[in-house]
Design a protein around this ligand. Sequence first.
Ligand code: SAM
Length: 430
Amino acid sequence: MQLTFTEMHTPTVGLQIQVDRQLYTEQSDFQRIDVFECEEFGRFLTLDGYMMLTERDEFIYHEMMVHVPMAVLGEKIKKVLVIGGGDGGCVRELCRYQHIEHIDLVEIDERVVAVCKEYLPGVACSLDDPRVHILYQDGLKYIRRIEDEYDLIIIDSTDPFGPGEGLFTMEFYGNCYKALKEHGVLVNQHESPFYKGDALACQRAHRNIVHSFELSRLFQAHIPTYPSGHWLFGFSSRGVHPVRDLNPDWWNSLGLETKYYNTNLHKGAFYLPNYVQKLLEKVEARAGEVMELMDRFFTLAKLEAGDMELERSRVDVGEVCRETVLDFYQILTRQEIRVEAEIPEGAVWGCCDREALRRILNNLISNAVRYGGDGGYLGVSLREGEDALFLEVADRGKGVAPGAGEQVFQRLVTLEDSRSSGEGSGLGLS
Ligand code: SAM
């Protein structure tokens, strides 16, 4: 009889391994745990039928997860948190650094640790190191109460479904940010960019990390038994850069013997193929838009609560008008909107909050483009009265229904009629 392990990577493509022996099987409280043995990859661990690691290629994954951040932060890394990773592979690599003082391993499933200690001793060999503290908890919950504690956090989780799902959320990454020290780095397994379903998971994870960290870069490695063989990892920080801040001399002076990682490959791993860059850029652009929208909502909430101090000063209102119209140059040209700007040439001084003025003008123009753009016209005029300045923005779109004028000044109202011509955030004129 021939025993075969199959993991489908798409509905029609999969990984198939001829198995010599099944060494262990168990349904734990969280997942099904299996250990098999085969000719090509030696022993391998699967959880819920998904490949976690094989003796033959695990070094690639674990070396990249650990040595990349170590070669950047070096001796600054004293206290490390590993979430997931109950097989012990990341812990094994971390324990090779004498200067690391403390490693917390937060693994949800006690059984994974026990099974790996018994059947995969080459991977689990450092789990009894006195610096390693194993906490059997859900990483999602654990991280909520931690602040400013770790130099490095490694998320060595299962895929974004089942117990690992929460470890890909914005809430989780936000809490990791809080749990890291100022110079700290987060490294996470970031899925594969290749097959559609995986690429979506990868984009979602990236979107959530980009929201939480100032700097977020991806790096890659070739892992034969993972879907498509092309795997990504994330490196995120408040500003520490994975390539510019790399310290190759320090790392090479340690003389660590590695099978995959070296400091040249480190640099190369951050240069991604064009199709991956595109996937990420899409997400980053959208993340930027969402951040801007959130910013606007918060500003609005602050204004509502009277929480926002307006800083009046002497402002050249004419200059603000010119700058703001220019910000729309591309979209106005693309939509062939004719612009008539009647703004006096010299300075037009007014007393107001510069940022608030910019925001108001920006809202007026973007509404004119979005809802009145089909009229093909935008007018901006600024004139000086006796003791006031008059600023007008006009379009020749279909306008609002008679009688709806009052509502225009209500917050968070987008008139039904205007929806058809575009998406409205409802952040309008007021
Ligand atoms: N290298 C693997 C991969 O990506 O295929 C991951 C290895 S590792 C064995 C993943 C571990 O994460 C599992 O042991 C699983 O029990 C643990 N895990 C999943 N969800 C978790 C959670 N919410 N908190 C802590 N550990 C979790």
